[in-house]
Design a protein around this ligand. Structure first.
Ligand SMILES: N[C@@H](CCC(=O)N[C@@H](CS)C(=O)NCC(=O)O)C(=O)O
Length: 214
């Protein structure tokens, strides 16, 4: 299998965590989104959204969208299930997943931030405020969801799930953007616990072969 990925793309990081938790071997193909490689024709033929990641399976099928990829992995490699079939865990996990992947991540994506500065002439300082605002809105909700799920080392229950695959990359991005994260102790506890685990360490941006220095 091949994963078309960028080292500090949080959507790629979600899939890398899932692959590592399941112990699946794969090859990384770096797509440098800072210089627009996600928009190259050959890449867009595989993934019409022009976003990373894309998983190419051993049968040559190209699949985009991190959550769809993880769902595919979870059905084809059922070891270490990331999304259980039964409620209430399943719906609690998905509630957290969508709060991150649908409500926080898209408004803070690279192409949105670039549009703010390049098309709307928003200053770097205002762009930082934009980013921090959506982090604050989103993580306030996630913190409350973690309170409801009585999270400890993981968002829901006592093994890593799809919710952790989404929270850890989003938190790492917020740290990189220097957001104030002091109001989310449950999110922090999950981040601190998960990032000690070998699978999360293997998936981390700083441990990717396509890592860039800046
Ligand atoms: N919903 C997509 C989001 C993918 C996404 O936004 N990827 C970002 C990196 S985290 C990207 O490729 N950005 C390139 C751009 O904004 O041009 C998924 O979950 O796979």
């Amino acid at each position: 299998m091949k994963l078309y990925s960028f080292f500090n793309s949080s959507a790629s990081y979600r899939v890398r965590i899932a692959l590592a938790l399941k112990g699946i071997d794969y090859q990384t193909v770096g797509v440098n989104i800072r210089i627009g490689q996600q928009n190259a024709q050959a890449y867009r033929r595989m993934n019409p959204t022009g976003l990373v990641p894309t998983l190419v399976t051993d049968d040559g099928e190209a699949l985009g969208q991190s959550l769809a990829i993880i769902d595919w992995l979870d059905r084809h490699f059922p070891q270490s299930r990331l999304l259980p079939d039964s409620d209430p865990a399943r719906s609690r996990i998905l509630e957290i997943v969508y709060a991150i992947a649908c409500d926080i991540h898209p408004v803070n994506n690279l192409r949105v931030l670039r549009y703010l500065s390049e098309e709307l002439n928003i200053s770097d300082e205002a762009k930082k405020r934009w980013y921090a605002h959506w982090i604050q809105q989103g993580l306030t909700a996630v913190e409350q969801l973690l309170q409801e799920s009585q999270s400890e080392s993981y968002c829901v229950g006592n093994t890593p799930t799809l919710a952790d695959c989404c929270l850890i990359p989003q938190w790492a991005n917020a740290l990189r953007m220097e957001c104030d994260l002091s109001a989310y102790p449950r999110c922090k506890a999950v981040y601190d616990a998960c990032t000690q685990l070998p699978a999360f360490i293997a998936a981390a941006p700083e441990n990717q072969q396509d890592k860039l220095s800046a």
